[in-house]
Design a protein around this ligand. Sequence first.
Ligand code: NAD
Length: 307
Amino acid sequence: MSKIAIIGAGFVGSTAAYALVLQGIAGAIALIDVNKQKAEGEALDLEHSMPYLKRTIFTFGDDYALCEDADIVVITAGFAQKQAETRLQLAARNAVLFAEMIPKIVQYAPKTIILVVTNPVDILTALTIKYSGFPKERVFGTGTTLDTARFRFLLGEQFHINPKSIHTFILGEHGDSEFPVLSTANTAGLKLAYLDDYAQEKINESFLRTKNAAYEIISKKGATYYAIGVVISRICRSILEDQHEVMPVSTWIDNYYDVCNLCLSTPCVIGRNGIERKIQLPLNESEIAALRHSGAVLKEILDHIIQ
Ligand code: NAD
């Protein structure tokens, strides 16, 4: 029976559990939170949907032993960014938490795949690789999968095409230095630039809205969790069912257009072993420059945290 342990039963963790349950993706879900009551409350609420859905067995609590036998451990636990706090400060606070948490996960689930969601996700994915000592294909972050979904949705609206049929990626940092890959953006193999209603300003607007989506949603409702919940469930499904879907997740980069020794998002094939392969996209010059800039931004933060 497949098992997913979710650490952090807050907005994102509990919504991911809900998305997983609705699709019947895992045989068992463990909800782990320092706030034991919260984990219990979420598990009870989810359990009551069982008469109408595919069976999932729930466990909950504050004990990392609940990670035992998990095929995937999803990490959503952590501090949220305070007002006026820099990403470096947030990274430093969550790094302390991860230094404590990761060895416990490794102790109880030495063969698991770890999916990092907590922000700043690229930095924390790199730290999780370091603290776990796991092979790099078994630790990755949701990266720009959410941003890519947002961008495809907005482009779909713009061209009146289902976003499933819009093929493009946001790559780099999950954050301010992310960039869209427009040089290969297409529908039905036709570059978007050849569509008769293509307008560069509108594409730029959609990208800006994508980049600022989290700020916009947080200012209106306090947190973002539905779309990321679905993203987590799709990544978990691709792993457990060995679907080999291509998604822009955050992984350790050895050399991607000379960017190296950090984590950021590039398109990857996701299957039962975690990262099955990486796709090297033919980026144009401005995209390569944007990727290198994103790498430089992340490297600076990572170097500060690791030293
Ligand atoms: P939240 O505050 O609702 O939930 C966080 C939970 O973690 C809380 O329930 C808290 O009790 C728990 N927690 C804290 N320390 C813990 C520990 N040591 N062990 C176990 N549990 C612990 O926050 P949220 O809205 O669910 O967001 C969670 C994280 O996900 C944040 O870092 C947020 O920025 C991030 N996020 C990432 C993306 C993405 O695309 N990567 C999207 C949305 C949110």
